[in-house]
Write a protein that binds this ligand. Sequence first.
Ligand SMILES: [Zn+2]
Ligand SMILES: [Zn+2]
Length: 271
Amino acid sequence: MNITHDLHMHSYLSFCGKDEATVENYVAQAGALGLTTLGFTDHVWDDACPGMPAWYQQGGRQNVDHVLQLRSAVEACRGRGVRILHGCEAEYDYAARSTALSMAAAEQFDFVIASSSHTGNTMPKAFYDPPRRHAEFMLQAYEDMLKSEVSRYFTAMAHPFHAVLCPYGHELPIEAITDDEYKRIFDLTAKKGIAVEINIKCLVGYHAERTDEILLQPHMRMFRIAKDRGCRFIFGTDCHWMSAQNVILHAATVADALGLTEEDLHPIVRE
Ligand SMILES: [Zn+2]
Ligand SMILES: [Zn+2]
């Protein structure tokens, strides 16, 4: 199945995004990558939630007003043959055991993806060892976000259980979670109608060329269980600069390996 959407894209407004990552530039390259729907999801921590982590205070506060600055460029690029959605990537609020996004803020976006696995930014370092403890932190974070009131605005859970900025192999916590634990958490996800994101960057990095290696990634066991439990999916590249979006070309391989059809995609990307 061809994948014609990318619902996880960062612009220059994210601290980790490059200056070239503008709406205009992404729209201009969409055709060459076979993309008809682009979804922007800059990192956000709502000022309505106290305790913005230091990472979010870099390059100016990455709050709601900051990420809404993209709106004018999104509007200006409509009508160029590409459907553009303006979303955000919401963060886990460990102190509040919730999501660092208010309902009022969520309402201002076309969609929201929720990240419970930026553990490099949100988790006390003591949880890294052993990887099983790290995995338990992510399971709790995922469930906390899923149960937060604002989850009614979630389209998808971003890169589930893929620990970002992990000091050891990301496969260790993923492998430390049992099939039964995945079944339980994805049952909750499916019941809420929230999709599971297949984040291509997490599967291939930026430069992988051998598709056979993608299918050996431990994420595939997790995705198979999610599908089996009735979850829907969206795809994203997590690009922070232009060439990083090229990995979308691997999305069809993953979709086919999982046996996905249009029915398995979240309605937001079914046209
Ligand atoms: Zn993320
Ligand atoms: Zn991201």
